[in-house]
Write a protein that binds this ligand. Structure first.
Ligand code: BV8
Length: 241
């Protein structure tokens, strides 16, 4: 079990030209954001596993229930702040000729820490969009309007639910950056949800050095050149030191 950062990683970090970071719920855990799968448990809402309430099928059947779930999620997030891992990663964006941050998180904490051009593979809970004309509405500023001011149809959370396609172009852009990167960090993800979990494989096939940071091993660990067992907030801040 490696908890320290290798000389190899330090060398590659100082010489990297194109860096890609993929994050999951674990990078927000030290901010107090509940993860989906921790300690063998799966998050449950009103008796429903999260991948049931967070499914396209549930949205078709019961949009108000889905709204209630994401209203609760925004409620939890409203008092939470980015942690040192978010701020460190935000600092990396100006350290490399090319830097790409891809997240599965819908909490907006990377952006709150100063990260720009974040590729949000699964959307963002602070946005709503019209179910028909896809007009976006910013939830951070105001509550959600009952109906779309443009076409009168219902709004939905602007997140990608299970069984739904990712935002147009998001995965294509992320996978093209993964195919070009020379250093790839995989931080705080259980790597069970696809197509997101496929990105490190694309980077590996392109010859990148893959470093995983997670207190637990994941299905990706064997693919990685370096697995650092630890919390993002404690490890990520040590890499550039
Ligand atoms: C799609 C938004 C086309 C909503 C989310 C291929 C194979 C098998 C299945 C599929 C496949 N392709 C598609 C599927 C179906 C499905 C899927 O992957 N199912 C899984 C469950 C098997 N994928 C989809 O439906 C995707 N759409 O593919 O469309 C299509 C459609 C149908 C069929 C074919 C093709 C859409 C997926 C997106 C769903 N929306 N989020 C919401 O937030 O509610 S997914 C959501 O769950 C998150 O965004 C994230 O992606 C995932 C949770 O994973 P993590 O973020 O990794 O969090 P988790 O809690 O699991 O793990 C936390 C980790 O952190 C742990 O490892 C822990 O050890 C670590 N940790 C804890 N503390 C720390 C830490 N690490 C560092 N520091 C710490 N302090």
């Amino acid at each position: 079990m490696q908890t320290s950062i290798s000389a190899e990683l330090r060398r590659r970090f100082t010489q990297a030209k194109r860096v890609l970071v993929l994050t999951g719920a674990g990078v927000s855990a030290e901010s107090g954001v509940p993860t989906f799968r921790g300690g063998g448990q799966t998050a449950v809402w009103k008796g429903m596993p999260f991948d049931v309430i967070s499914s396209g099928e549930m949205l078709e059947r019961n949009l108000p229930a889905v709204w209630e779930w994401f209203d609760y999620r925004r409620g939890v997030l409203s008092s939470l702040e980015p942690n040192p891992a978010h701020y460190e990663i935000a600092g990396w964006q100006d350290q490399f000729p090319e830097f790409t941050l891809v997240t599965q998180n819908v909490d907006g904490l990377h952006q709150k820490a100063g990260s720009r051009d974040v590729i949000e593979l699964h959307g963002n809970v602070w946005r709503a969009r019209c179910t028909v004309c896809r007009l976006h509405h910013d939830m951070a500023q105001s509550t959600r309007p009952e109906a779309c001011p443009s076409c009168g149809n219902a709004f939905r959370p602007d997140v990608v639910l299970f069984g739904e396609m990712l935002p147009p172009g998001a995965f294509e852009l992320a996978s093209s950056k993964a195919a070009e990167c020379d250093l790839c960090f995989v931080i705080g993800t259980s790597a069970l949800v696809y197509p997101a979990a496929g990105l490190p494989k694309i980077a590996k096939q392109a010859g990148a050095y893959i470093c995983e940071i997670n207190p637990e091993r994941t299905p990706l660990s064997d693919l990685c050149d370096e697995v650092i067992t630890g919390k993002a907030g404690e490890v990520v801040t040590q890499i550039s030191k």
